[in-house]
Design a protein around this ligand. Structure first.
Ligand SMILES: Cc1cc2nc3c(=O)[nH]c(=O)nc-3n(C[C@H](O)[C@H](O)[C@H](O)COP(=O)(O)OP(=O)(O)OC[C@H]3O[C@@H](n4cnc5c(N)ncnc54)[C@H](O)[C@@H]3O)c2cc1C
Length: 407
């Protein structure tokens, strides 16, 4: 019987493993399906990682290597090239080429499987299915790890961070990025990425636009985009045709939760991740952190959250299950979701993370309970592309409501 099994060896899994060890657990196993630890960070060769954690601008692989070294220094066991295929509370089944299918028992499980890209199929773009259409993350992997230039004249649909980063990356490799089209009236990515990846390279960002046609049978030949109205329907007469050989899709990320479903966890319909309390427990000795819980903008927050999940999982292993009372965190105007969704009654200093539904300027985040305002924070700008964090520096005794108030 293991003390804790961590599924996924990306930023979240590594930080959780280190925290479990530092909290006194020694029989820890990290299971990672790819050949190397580090997760998505391995293909993010741009800088901008770790500003909060290390006060330095690291590349993704540099950031990951700092955590991998800490895992190795503690001699935490990591099984790479091994994929978890089934999950029940306290039982993990994985497969690899040396052991075949193996099931192990464990006192606790930490889910750290990250997320995957929303596929094109979900978007119903008319046209054939020619070569030259990639999700932005796949293109990033092909360029940065396999060494292929995936196209020379490129249109990008969606302005999530991966799309923005790829606009710059492809330009630096000699491709011409003609435009980034975004369905929403605001970008889904970080402001700093719009400035550094589009503005600095004169790449136009066309807000409230979508792809309405893809031409080409064997390979993409052209893409037509059009402006959309407030109900996101294309407006006739606004079409623009771009001759290109590549369309990159950066249209959102989905937490990787097939295993969470198998384990019978309740998933949030908004985040797509498990519903958790402030110890990141999803119930039955299963904890969750990182992008499998909710999609993060910055890796620093992933590491911070995962370290907390790891220390709480260790506490659970050492002390066993304890019945607790909870308060509920509800969302009001302007707030899409919060993590955690529940807080143990009487807890203090809980960090609440959430995303807003729209761009808000000069508005406040208000946290209240039964109409009494417990905390109010003024923000100059809030946007759905950036995660908000608020520390609840009061004792949580009653259900709370988090909302945006325009003033
Ligand atoms: C293109 C891009 C650019 C970014 N840029 C920045 C930036 O500039 N600055 C910044 O701070 N952050 C950035 N981020 C965000 C940050 O890097 C991520 O949020 C963070 O690395 C996610 O860590 P994770 O461990 O949750 O997920 P991942 O890194 O995805 O790790 C999950 C791991 O789980 C493994 N796994 C999944 N399923 C299984 C299974 N069944 N069995 C075994 N293993 C499994 C996967 O192989 C993977 O290694 C960027 C992200 C992307 C994608």
């Amino acid at each position: 019987m293991k003390e804790v099994v961590i599924i996924g060896g990306g930023a979240a899994g590594l930080a959780a493993a280190i925290a479990c060890y530092d909290a006194g657990l020694k029989d820890i196993l990290v299971i990672e399906r790819s050949q190397f630890l580090g997760g998505i960070l391995n293909q993010c060769i741009h800088n901008g990682f770790g500003l909060h954690t290390f006060k330095e601008e690291l590349t993704g692989p540099e950031y990951a290597s700092r955590f991998i070294k800490e895992v190795e220094r503690r001699e935490i066991k990591a099984l790479t090239s091994s994929m978890v295929i089934d999950l029940e509370p306290h039982r993990v089944t994985y497969v690899n080429s040396t052991e075949g299918v193996n099931t192990i028992e464990t006192k606790a499980i930490i889910l750290a499987m990250g997320c995957r890209e929303r596929p094109r199929g979900a978007l119903n773009i008319p046209g054939f299915r020619p070569a030259g259409i990639f999700s932005a993350g796949t293109a990033q992997r092909l360029m940065n790890i396999e060494g292929y230039l995936v196209g020379k004249r490129v249109v990008i649909l969606g302005s999530g961070d991966i799309g923005l980063i790829m606009a710059r990356r492809m330009t630096l490799e000699g491709a011409k990025v003609l435009a980034v089209a975004e369905l929403m009236p605001y970008s889904g990515g970080l402001k700093r990425n719009i400035v550094q990846c589009l503005d600095d390279f004169n790449i136009p960002l066309l807000l409230s636009h979508t792809v309405v046609n893809i031409e080409g049978k064997e390979r993409v030949e052209a893409v037509t985009i059009a402006k959309v109205d407030s109900s996101r329907k294309p407006i006739k007469g606004t079409e623009k045709r771009f001759e290109c050989d590549t369309l990159l899709l950066s249209v959102g990320l989905l937490p990787e939760n097939e295993l969470s479903k198998k384990a019978g966890l309740t998933l949030s319909p908004v985040t797509g991740g498990p519903i958790v309390d402030n110890s990141f427990s999803a119930g039955d000795g299963i904890f969750a952190c990182g992008n499998v819980l909710h999609v993060h903008d910055l890796v620093d927050y992933v590491s911070e959250e995962a370290a907390l999940a790891g220390s709480q999982a260790a506490k659970y292993v050492k002390e066993g299950f304890k019945e607790k009372e909870y308060i509920k965190v509800s969302t009001g105007f302007g707030v899409r979701y919060t993590v955690p969704q529940y807080i143990q009654k009487g807890c203090e200093d809980v960090m609440l993370r959430f995303r807003v539904t729209d761009i808000f300027k000069g508005s406040s985040i208000v946290i209240s309970s039964k109409g009494n305002v417990l905390k109010k924070i003024k923000r100059q700008v809030m946007s759905p592309g950036e995660m908000e964090s608020v520390k609840l520096n009061f004792k949580a005794d009653e259900d709370i409501l988090v909302e945006v108030v325009n003033e």
